[in-house]
Every structure is written in C-alpha cells, then in structure tokens.
Design a protein around this ligand. Structure first.
Ligand code: SF4
Ligand code: SF4
Length: 430
C-alpha cells in the first residue's frame, strides 16, 4: 500500500532543522518531557516512515493521536514547518495502515465520521434526542439522583461532557437572507457549522446580526454541511474532501465577498481547501478562490471597518480571553478579537496567562485522551480563576463546551461567551 507520508511533498518533512524551539510550547512534551511526545520527535517518526526506514506501527499511531493538533509548534517554529499538513497526513497514515483497526472502533468511526457528520439532518436528529433528555428534566433528575455514582468512571466523565443543546437550530433563528442595516457594503455567506449549530445557534444568530449591523447582506442557507475538519484531523481525508467539494458547490466563492465562520477550529480547516483538493482538477481553481474568501468573523470585521458600540452606563465586567488554538496558531488571528472585546463598553479585558495554551478540547481529543485533556482543562481553569474575570470569552465551540464542563464541575460561577455575542449584546444595549 502506498504510504501517505511517502506521497507527501518531501520538502515539507525536510524543513524541520531539529532546533527544538517548539518544545517549550508543546503541551504534551511539557507534560511528559519525552522527545517522542514533542513536535520534533513526531516529525522524526513521520520522516522515518517517509524514508522507508519504519512502517506505521501501533506506537506511531498512538503517538499521532496523543498529539493535540493544537499547532502551537507552528507558531514557535522559525523554519516555518507546516505541522498542520504533516499532522493530517500522519493521522491518515495511521488509519490507512490498519494498525488501529478493531471492529468496535471501525463501527464507531463509520457511525460518526461517515454517517452522522456527513448529513446535518442526522446530526440534528441526534441533537433533538439530547435536547429532549435535557428539556424534560431527565438529565437533571439523573444527576441529582446519585445513580451516576454507581456508573463506571468513564461513563460519568462522558455524561458530564454532554453538551447543552440549544432550543432552536440556526435555520429556525436566522433568515436565509438578512439584509444589511443601512448602506450595503458587502454580500457574505455565513457558515453555521454542525456542532456549532446544535450547541451555539445563538452565537450564529449574533454573528448574522453583527455582520448586518456592519453593512453586510448575510446569506445563511438553512441546510449546510460540516466543514470536514473533524474528518481531516482524524485521518479520514477522503470524507474531508467530499465535504469540501459540497461546501464549494453550496457556497460558490465567486458569488460572495466573504464566506464567514465564527468557529476557530472550522476556520483553520476551511482556509485550506486548496491544499485538500490540490489533485482535483475539477475543483482546484475554485478551492483556491474559496480559500481567499473564507474569513473568520473577527478578521472580517477588523479588516473592513466596524462600528464600535455606543457607551452606556452599566456595571463593569472583567473579561478574560482564551485563544482557540486554531484561531491563534492555525489562522494567526490574535489582535482582532481583543480589539473587539476592548471596544465593548463596560468591559475590562484581563490578560489571561497562557491564553494560547490548549484547554484540552482539541476537536474530539477530550473524548479520546481524557487524562491529558483533563490535566489541560484544570490548568486552564486555574489560570482563569487567577484573573478574577466574571466572563471568559473564546471563539470556538469545542473550547466553550469543554470549559463549560470544567466550570460546572468546579462550581465556578463564570460566564462563557463568544466575543461576537458580547458585541451583539452591546449593540442591543443589553
Ligand atoms: S500540535 Fe500541539 S501537541 Fe502536537 S506537536 Fe504541535 S504543539 Fe505539540
Ligand atoms: S521549531 Fe520547527 S524546525 Fe525547530 S524542531 Fe520544532 S518543528 Fe523542527
């Protein structure tokens, strides 16, 4: 079988000069101090496979899944190593080698990656079931009953992670066309996401309102697709490619000034469809145009001029900003969300120490690697507590849901909010 890492442009692998400057920024290396748990060590393993010196083994596959994919190493790297591309191909190599195959795992991957997350209607069906469980009070009753104490630890952990499903999905909240308030400056498409749609449809509504307030006509088709980041980061590049083609067909990039995302993790993946479809002659050119059109909402607002909210009397709130890894390290966006937060009346922005250190959510890392993810969450909550903030702002659904789990467990009365929600509230005067 052809190796994915052997097929990869060798210059990407060769770029690492083993300087080690990325090591202090790597959360897994920080935890273990083992070279193989570092970016440099992982790249060496990948290169050994590409050079034909090593086969993909179970140890290799486990190492690739111990990596968070947080991309902090990319920000630190002076040689410009494209770790994002290496990471995706290494996980695909791990999957395609078959070393991780087990019937239960194969079934779970088929049910989630290829069935649930390839059709928004199926995902909404699952979300409705969870919503029913929550709205009827069954979840609260179970949590109060003490019965969970009898369940295995892993079950209790998974139950605690059940995301809160919003009462309505994005399509029930946002019109397919939201006209610009005042002079129309741009026509944009709004991506409402898959998990984002189920857990944070209110953030999508806030995003549509904020964009319209800043001169955008916002097109929000009711039926959308997953961006495919979940698939690309978990070794299923073929499904990621299928979803990329579907998104390009649904949102023809020629028709929009921008294609807007408010989820850091999705945005980082959405901006690289050209890389994903580089060998697809039918889509390559459109994917290249697509990449130039995709904008994170903070980036778009900061780049196009936006209206600061009017100051009103009210209590001062201290907000700490946690940076989603893929917004900070994947998309290199760090100033724009802070600018927006600082412009919100009655908000004091408290600098969060290690604001760009992963919280452990990392896609589905918290499901696959609960121990490491839990350590990172505790570390993040300690840093948050030290700021004295009453609100933590962050721009990624995974971080929001994961930190909500931790705050609940610790009994910390801190609100979590997307920066755009705080901006939308300021515009509304609430
Ligand atoms: S992506 Fe994150 S966890 Fe993985 S090697 Fe880079 S810094 Fe370490
Ligand atoms: S900083 Fe870059 S070049 Fe240096 S070891 Fe890490 S990945 Fe390699």
């Amino acid at each position: 079988m052809a190796h994915r890492l052997q097929a990869l442009d060798y210059s990407v692998l060769q770029q690492c000069m083993h300087c080690g400057l990325c090591l202090p920024t790597c959360p897994t290396y920080d935890a273990t101090k083992l070279e193989r748990n570092s970016p440099r060590g992982r790249i060496a393993l990948m290169r050994a496979i590409a050079d034909g010196q090593m086969e993909a083994t179970r140890v290799f596959a486990d190492e690739m899944y111990f990596c968070l994919g947080c991309l902090a190493c990319m920000t630190a790297c002076p040689a410009g190593v494209n770790y994002a591309e290496l990471f995706e191909n290494a996980r695909a190599e791990a999957e395609e080698s078959g070393v991780l195959r087990r019937p239960a795992r194969d079934l779970l991957r088929a049910a989630t990656l290829r069935w649930l997350f390839t059709d928004l209607r199926r995902l909404q069906m699952a979300a409705r079931a969870i919503r029913l469980w929550q709205e009827t009070g069954a979840q609260a009753l179970l949590r109060r009953s003490g019965l969970l104490a009898l369940a295995p630890k892993r079950w209790r952990e998974l139950e605690a992670m059940t995301p809160e499903i919003r009462a309505q999905f994005s399509a029930e909240l946002i019109a397919p066309v939201t006209p610009a308030a005042g002079l129309k400056k741009a026509r944009v498409a709004l991506l409402t996401g898959c998990a984002q749609d189920a857990m944070f449809s209110d953030v999508n509504l806030d995003t549509a309102e904020v964009l319209a307030r800043n001169g955008c006509e916002v097109i929000t088709p009711p039926e959308q697709n997953c961006c495919g980041s979940l698939h690309a980061h978990n070794g299923d590049l073929e499904t990621a490619r299928t979803l990329a083609r579907r998104n390009i067909d649904q949102f023809p990039p020629e028709q929009y000034d921008a294609i807007i995302t408010n989820a850091g993790g999705c945005g980082s993946h959405l901006k690289h469809y050209a890389r994903l479809l580089s060998d697809d002659s039918a889509y390559r050119a459109r994917a290249e145009l697509w990449d130039t059109r995709v904008k994170d909402v903070h980036e778009w607002l900061a780049g196009g001029g936006w209206e600061a909210p009017v100051a009103r009397p009210g209590p001062t709130r201290t907000v700490a900003y946690h940076e989603s890894c893929h917004l900070r390290h994947g998309q290199k966006i760090f100033a724009a969300p802070r600018q927006i937060l600082k412009a919100i009346p009655n908000v004091t922005l408290a600098e969060l120490p290690e604001s760009d250190w992963c919280c452990g959510s990392a896609g589905i890392y918290n499901l696959l690697q609960p121990e490491m993810a839990g350590q990172l969450l505790e570390r993040k909550l300690d840093r948050i507590a030290a700021t004295g903030a009453s609100i933590v702002a962050t721009a990624n659904p995974g971080c929001l849901a994961w930190m909500a789990t931790g705050l609940r467990r610790r009994g910390m009365a801190i609100r979590l909010a997307h920066p755009i929600t705080l901006l939308a509230e300021a515009y509304r005067g609430s």
